[in-house]
Design a protein around this ligand. Structure first.
Ligand SMILES: Nc1nc2c(c(=O)[nH]1)N[C@H]1C(S)=C(S)[C@@H](COP(=O)(O)O)O[C@H]1N2
Ligand SMILES: [Mo]
Length: 429
């Protein structure tokens, strides 16, 4: 009777549930979740969090941010790939996550809830695992689909949640890897994929708590269940990946919140916040517009658009890659090197980082801080033109930042002020 006390009674009667099916879903997540964790951590490093409070505002990263490093400017496409993988994989794994939860659902409702100290710890780790997983996937998806419904707080939530979730995943893997491995070896996957519904039998009774004691007749085969989940993931991939891969595939990105058909011409690539959304008025960017550049020992230079155009112009082919996963193909930007602008205010060599402010009043992303390595890269520009034409209003006319291998959020549009050697308004590094 010892065994039957651990077996699910109650409404859970699917004959498909069992250690093998759970382990197959678990194996996919075991490969996918570390990739999500790693690309997520890299994404934080890329946001220059040590230049808070303007960039990533997550407080107390001291302990959890032990790994942070100076994010490089090359290869210029790395952030685009990193974020495309993070967001696309996160979305594609949703059906697998749901299937895994479905497969273990009887375990989440076992009675009595706690049998021993060991069992209590095991259940607590499951709570953090299931809760943490749902929390991470939900905050991530809400963020990419509804753009920042948690103003300013998405980053800390998703960052702290990631550590809790990954800690629970690690504990879970340590506790279950042996059992998973045995379960996977216990059945032949190819034989399983050849078994139709009528040939489908429950897994043998065991003490896993997953196999039903009074299984119902199968309504689908394991092959069918795996196929349904696989097709779900494939469908999500097809309607998501185009937003990062770009080209003609952009049209297939039905789930992409931005720029599925961004139009043609030089400004024909996706826009995050439009000039209208940012409440940029025509008179803010007419002939009265000026760029204020601050620098060493209070040096200050004011430049009109004509004066900027008379400075040496340089080009760079760079994408915009948003933290939300969508990105553009390389665009050809032209403008003034950030390093040259630093040279106008006392930093002829080895310029420091720069604090960039938009003329936009308010809004989460009106300012950003760049590191010295970003300022020094010859491809880092205050861009005045893109693809052979003056910037469109939505892409930041009269001037915007473009930096290689940086998250889109650092490419400030409608720039009004640059302060070299500062990381906050009025502050100095
Ligand atoms: N002033 C200002 N600059 C901004 C933003 C903003 O909201 N305001 N959004 C940033 C974000 S999050 C991204 S992804 C890029 C998008 O650039 P694009 O709209 O030209 O594609 O602009 C960045 N620059
Ligand atoms: Mo972004």
């Amino acid at each position: 009777m010892k065994i039957s006390a651990r077996l699910p009674s109650g409404p859970w009667r699917s004959p498909l549930r069992g250690p093998w099916l759970t382990s197959v879903f678990g194996l996919v997540l075991l490969i996918g979740i570390p990739v999500l964790f790693l690309t997520g951590l890299l994404s934080y490093a890329a946001y220059n969090p040590d230049l808070s409070p303007v960039n990533d505002k997550t407080p107390d990263k001291g302990l959890l941010g032990f790994y942070l490093f100076s994010w490089p400017t090359r290869p210029y496409w790395l952030y685009r790939v990193n974020q495309g993988v993070h967001v696309t994989l996160g979305i594609v794994l949703v059906p697998v996550l749901l299937a895994k939860l479905w497969s273990v659902v009887p375990k989440l409702f076992t009675l009595p809830p706690v049998r021993s100290v060991g069992h209590a710890l095991d259940r607590l780790s499951l709570l953090l695992l299931v809760g943490g997983g749902i929390f991470e996937f939900l905050t991530g998806i809400l963020n990419v689909q509804l753009d920042y419904i948690f103003p300013g707080s998405f980053y800390p939530l998703h960052f702290y949640g990631a550590w809790v979730f990954f800690g629970a995943v690690t504990a879970h893997v340590a506790l279950r890897l042996g059992r998973t491995w045995r379960a996977l070896r216990g059945r032949n996957v190819w034989a399983e994929l050849r078994t139709s519904r009528t040939g489908t039998r429950p897994e043998p009774p065991d003490d896993s708590g997953l196999v039903s004691t009074h299984p119902a007749a199968p309504t689908m085969s394991r092959r069918g269940a795996l196929g349904m989940v696989g097709l779900g993931s494939l469908a999500l991939f097809v309607v998501t990946a185009g937003q990062s891969l770009g080209g003609p595939l952009r049209r297939t990105a039905l789930l992409a919140p931005h720029g599925r058909s961004p139009g043609g011409g030089p400004g024909g690539f996706p826009v995050n916040k439009t000039a209208g959304y940012a409440r940029i008025r025509a008179r803010d960017v007419d002939d009265s517009w000026q760029l204020v550049v601050g620098g060493r020992d209070g040096a200050r230079v004011t430049l009109s658009l004509d004066q900027l155009r008379r400075l040496p112009q340089h080009g760079a082919g760079l994408p915009i890659a948003c933290v939300e996963g969508w990105s553009t193909e390389n665009q050809h930007w032209e403008g003034v090197r950030l390093a040259d602008l630093a040279g106008l205010v006392g930093y002829d060599t080895d310029p420091p980082g720069v604090f960039v402010e938009s003329i936009q009043r308010g809004g989460a992303f009106r300012a950003a801080a760049l590191r010295d390595n970003q300022v020094r890269d010859p491809r880092s520009l205050l861009a005045l033109r893109v693809n052979g034409a003056v910037l469109t209003p939505d892409h930041g006319y009269p001037a915007r930042i473009i930096v290689p291998n940086a998250p889109g959020v650092l490419n400030t549009k409608w720039v009004g002020r640059l302060t070299f050697g500062a990381t906050t308004a009025g502050g100095h590094a």
